[in-house]
Design a protein around this ligand. Sequence first.
Ligand code: PLP
Length: 356
Amino acid sequence: MKKHNFYAGPSILPEFTIENTANAVRDFAGTGLSILEISHRSKEFIAVMDEAQALFKELLNIPEGYSVIFLGGGASLQFAMVPFNLFNKKAAYLSTGVWAKKAIKEAKIFGEVDVVASSEDKNFTYIPKNFTIPKDADYFHITTNNTIYGTELRKDLDSPIPLVADMSSDIFSRPVDVSKYAIIYGGAQKNLAPSGVTFVVVRHDVLGKVERKIPTMLSYQTHIEGESMFNTPPCLPVFSALQTLKWLKNNGGIAAMEKKNIEKAKVMYDEIDRNKLFVGTVEKEDRSLMNICFVMKEEYKHLEEEFGKFAAGRGMIGLKGHRSVGGFRASTYNALPKESVEALVTVMQDFEIQKA
Ligand SMILES: *Cc1c(COP(=O)(O)O)cnc(C)c1O
């Protein structure tokens, strides 16, 4: 039976990425060696790193004055690296979910954090609006897609201070005006690569403004100067990331991805809104294109487990919602084909015919 992969992360990758990675594990770039056993200083691997950085810049349309670096440690390490490198007196954060709160927690180690708005009052089911970004903070941190709740901030904010964004789960899902951001970072395991690599896009002019000594490995400057090779990079995930970037380019780039993502999300949300059994969990205007959360309506709550089993029996994998939301979450990242969304909709309709 065909499996449809709705995992939130690590998550579905293009067949192209998996094939090319598997081949490189056997024979990397005609070297007769596996990518698992070759020096990161070899000319073949340096070429991979260079091309990954160049394609990343090309696809996201990154202007002059920025570097793209590939690091270890996950997005979670960026929660600390951002304040280490940027925090002087005060930082501002938008609190839109568990990941944002974890970032806030790390920033508080460095001093005063101004949480300008929070949607925690309604279990993060919306993105706060009409907040004011304080001009006297060193930077403003946002999470553009809240993977757990299924809300997304799909426009690039104008910020009077450097804007820092965790884009772990929506990078490359829509065109972004990078010039509005000082830093964009994310774990690659949602929409780009297997776990193990973290991307950071950083504008040079925000660095070098803090008094504190920064441990060498935690300084962005180190990795910019070392071109992501200051120490051994996660070679295999970087190789896979390059394959996904090539796939993106071959498939029309990010604008084409966005178009497909909008179509896929519409198919899902239309069914959630139509089906008698299910209901969406977040404000419609803030619905994510990447993580689509839904639960059973109150009167059908007792059928939740049964639907989970029914869907799994039809090849729907990774649909269980995060424990803080419950219900179901269909992650619809770039690599998920529209047919998978249509297959899930059919399953929801078949279950409705049996039960409603
Ligand atoms: C998954 C995720 C993280 C955590 O990433 P790690 O690489 O596991 O540290 C942080 N932020 C968001 C928005 C995520 O989706």
